[in-house]
Every structure is written in structure tokens, then in C-alpha cells.
Design a protein around this ligand. Sequence first.
Ligand code: URA
Length: 261
Amino acid sequence: MESALDYHTAEALLTWQVELGAAEAMLDAPLNRYESPKEAPKPKKAAAQPVAAPAAAPEVDAAAEAKKAASGARDLDGLQAALAGFELCELKRGARKLVFADGNPAARVMIFGEAPGREEDREGKPFMGRTGQLLDRMFAAIDMGRDVPLSKDAIYITNVLPWRPPQNRDPKPAEIAMMRPFLERHIEIVAPEMIVVMGNMACEAVLGQRGVTRLRGTWAEAFGKPVLPMLHPNDLLRQPRFKRDAWADLLSLKARLEASA
Ligand code: URA
């Protein structure tokens, strides 16, 4: 084959290609990879078959399903099992454990926090870690606690939501509403004398109102029971100046318990 290149130019070009890593000849003749490809034969189309439209999935009313599941629970074990089997709340998929409750179910006071965090998700119990230690110290200051055997001084602790929201994001109002039938049934089964709601989310779920800094310390009523809104221990860790308000609320709780003993 005649070449338009002289020997030295051809050698320089080859050396340059070797330096670029093209050290081996793949074909006898050059291949122009920029040429438009010859069209490959198209596969024959199968004769079109009439396709039935997929049946629309029936809409599920998650709150109604939650109500059905919760109302079937006869006792705390039944309620815990109903929650464990409830698949319609997205939060369940991101959580490690179901966080049901802790403390004495015969307690006179039932406490609602918001939702489990990282430690609670790992341990499967509400109010662990720093937040839980503060909550325990707060109630110990009025001679009450979750491990106290005497029901008159015991507390029973749970959360509005039993699963940790991913990255501790704020739960959606729809998630709170969906899980409310479980909360309601939980109160019916435990039948506490009084309820304490800690933080905005618990105020919203139990009292239907937000604004805990305004609501705190003022007794309200829900489910036929006296309810005391309080600041959440996390709020107190962030802003210790609110501890004075929390102390006043704890004294109010103690006084009410003594008055009705
Ligand atoms: N905050 C809550 O509201 N509940 C917990 O269980 C832990 C932190």
C-alpha cells in the first residue's frame, strides 16, 4: 500500500500513538469509528395484543384502618401487637424498633412525649439518653418515677408516635392524625387519672392545639381527663431558663394529685 507519509513522519506518528497507550494493532485495515453506523435490522414487532388497563388500587383510608386495628386491642400487649402489625405509616419503614411505652401501667399519670429519637429507636424505649435523664430527674424532684413500684408515685411514659422519623424530621400532620386512634386506645386501656403532654406535638395530638409556651401550666381537658401541657425536656436542654416554668408545672401536678388522692 502506497503511503502519503514519508518514513520519518510515519514513525513519529506511531511513536506518539504508543505513548498514548495504543501499543497493539487490533485490525489489518484502519476502522473509521466516526462513520455513521449501518442500520441494524429492526426486530419484527409482535402483533399488538389488546392490553387490559391495570385495575386502580383501591384507596386506603389509613386513619380508618388505624382505628380498626386499635379498637380491636383488648389490653396493652394487644395494642403493642396491633401497632407492630400496622403497615400504613411510612415512619415504620425507616425505624429500627417500635417504641411503645415504659413505666408503670397502673400509674396515676400518663405522659406523652413526641416521637423517639436515635437512642430510643435503638433501645425500643421512650425517653432514653440526655432527654430521658432530664425527664427522670424532673419527676424524681416530686418523688415520682418510671421505676417506682407504688402506682401512686409511678409514671407511665409513651409518645405520640411510636417510630422515629428519619433524621428526626418533624412528623407530618397526616402521620400524627393517622396514629391518633392508637393514642386514644392507649389512654382508654391505661385509664390514667391525669395526662401530661410534653411539647408542641403532644399538645397538638391530645388537645388539638399548638403553642406549648403559651399553653404550659394551664390545665385543660381531653378524653374526659385533666391534661397538663408542659415544655418538652428538649426545650429545657436548649433553653435552661425555662426550667423555672417546668418546676412550677411539676408542683401543680403534684398538688393536683395530692388533692384528689
Ligand atoms: N423525645 C420524645 O418526645 N420522646 C422520646 O422518647 C425521646 C425524645
